[in-house]
Design a protein around this ligand. Sequence first.
Ligand code: FPP
Length: 249
Amino acid sequence: MDDIFLELPRHLAIIMDGNGRWAKSRGRNRLYGHIRGAQVAKQTIENCARLGIKNLTLFAFSTENWFRPSEEVSFLMGLMARKLKIEAPSLIKNNIRFHCIGNLRNLPSAVREKALETIKLTAHCTGMNLTCALSYGGRQEITAAARLIAEEVAKGSLKPENIDEALFAGALDSSFMPDPDLIIRTSGEHRLSNFFLWQAAYSEIHIVDKSWPEFSKVELYQALETFSKRERRFGKTSEQIKNSTLRSP
Ligand code: FPP
């Protein structure tokens, strides 16, 4: 399977869903599902880097996840801090540059500090960009960008008529990465759950029925194979796309 040539997404984003239900269905505590979920995240990061994917984003914790039971929130925060600490050397070894998007100010200081340290430690890596969406919400990101732009207009340094899509995209947390070509969501749910609302305009969406803890190399390759067979028209006709080499509008 490793030898099959696939047209890889420039940016793959994953909504890792179903940890809790997976654990419950096995008579285990939801937290056990997150432990297994973190192991699967590590394997997936390494598989994507090996395949040559240039940008991978993992939706690890949403703005809405703060409203979960406090025991689960604290556990997830502790898990993230531990994983960031343990995994920094292997990110460097695999030439993976770490980034974060989301409201880092809301994170407990231990997680924020570990995240900032990992960003610094991997800043020289040139293989794959790994972005962790932490305390991230698409609506909040868009609102914050609108506020930034409004402040520029209020100061007189920007004219409303000069606000276009490129300027708006530049004010988003994700301004340093291309839009996701492919978004995978596990656990059979067909929704974006406030993830990449602006950036997903032309993303291909691939739903995997299995829960995140069951996601393996096989499901990753199936998603990439399906993606490589999709015709992405970006609002144009099939004929126009066949006569052009453009990958995005
Ligand atoms: C979704 O499952 C998963 C999360 C909210 C947390 C994702 C976190 C991890 C995979 C572990 C840590 C990851 C990193 C990158 C260190 P769910 O709890 O929503 O499952 P459910 O829908 O069955 O309740």
